[in-house]
Design a protein around this ligand. Structure first.
Ligand SMILES: N[C@@H](CCC(=O)N[C@@H](CS)C(=O)NCC(=O)O)C(=O)O
Length: 261
């Protein structure tokens, strides 16, 4: 039986949260999004044994990692997200690990290398969160901003370093797409396409993302250059197509609480 009462604890701008949100939307599962700003997500996730977002809570339990969430959803709706063919499973696992551990980590570090200022983070972090968290932003930012820089190793060169790591992952995806395949595992849309597109979104800035991208000109110059270059690659075009073809229709439909407050 499919459990009810799905709740997704997020930091709305988090790309790992977007990955889980996309999985729920794709399967047309209604859910309530409980949005928080760092570090307040910790209070919400702690009781489920998680420290990071997303956390999916249902009436029967909780999953505290974006991949665990997609795999849990795949058990509820078999063969909708992951392949059953053993060969495809091997590729699926290899790509999932690469995207989770390298792409997602470096698109985040690349982004924060350029926008870890109070002015640029305020609109991104406070979207949809409880008003009292929003009010506390100026009070907590000096400390949280410093922790963020330390945790993600943000330095004068981290943007360029992480961009190089992103390029290596994009090269792998370019290589796969070179045979003309429609999706990363072949002919069928899967969790791996969701994982790639959601975790690449910070550098691809897809217009269909539920958080509308900032105008390119408002971003630091190096970011603009990197975004344009990434968007022009085969992998970048592929990620943008996944948003266009598999995200635009579902994006507004399933979250019971939208991010408007
Ligand atoms: N492996 C985790 C990674 C999630 C993750 O790194 N989430 C970040 C947001 S993008 C987070 O919660 N950061 C806040 C923290 O570490 O306290 C997953 O896939 O769910």
């Amino acid at each position: 039986m499919i459990p009810r009462n799905f709740r997704l604890i997020t930091i709305p701008v988090s790309h790992y949260s977007e990955k889980a949100r996309w999985g729920l939307d794709y399967l047309q599962i209604p859910f309530k999004e409980l949005a928080h700003m760092p570090p307040f997500h910790r209070g919400a996730t702690k009781k489920y044994g998680g420290t990071t977002v997303p956390v999916l809570v249902t009436e029967t339990g909780a999953a505290t990692d974006s991949t665990d969430i997609l795999r849990y959803l795949d058990r509820l709706y078999p063969e909708q997200l992951y392949p059953i063919d053993p060969q495809l499973q091997l590729l699926s696992t290899e790509l999932e690990i690469l995207f989770n551990n390298t792409l997602g980590v470096h698109t985040r570090r690349w982004g924060y290398s350029y926008i870890a200022t109070s002015e640029l983070l305020y609109p991104r972090w406070t979207l949809g969160v409880p008003f009292w968290e929003k009010l506390l932003f100026p009070v907590i930012f000096p400390r949280v901003g410093a922790i963020l820089k330390q945790n993600f190793d943000i330095t004068a060169t981290s943007g360029a370093e992480s961009y190089r790591e992103i390029e290596i992952v994009f090269d792998r995806v370019d290589g796969l797409l070179a045979d003309g395949r429609k999706y990363l595992l072949g002919e069928r849309f899967s969790a791996i396409d969701i994982t790639f597109a959601a975790l690449a979104a910070p550098i691809l800035q897809p217009p269909e993302h539920h958080i509308s991208p900032a105008p390119l000109e408002s971003l630091p110059t190096q970011m603009q250059t990197d975004i344009r270059t990434a968007q022009g690659t085969s992998a970048g075009k592929f990620g943008l197509r996944m948003y266009r073809e598999h995200r635009s229709n579902s994006v507004e439909s399933n979250a019971i609480v939208n991010l408007s407050n």
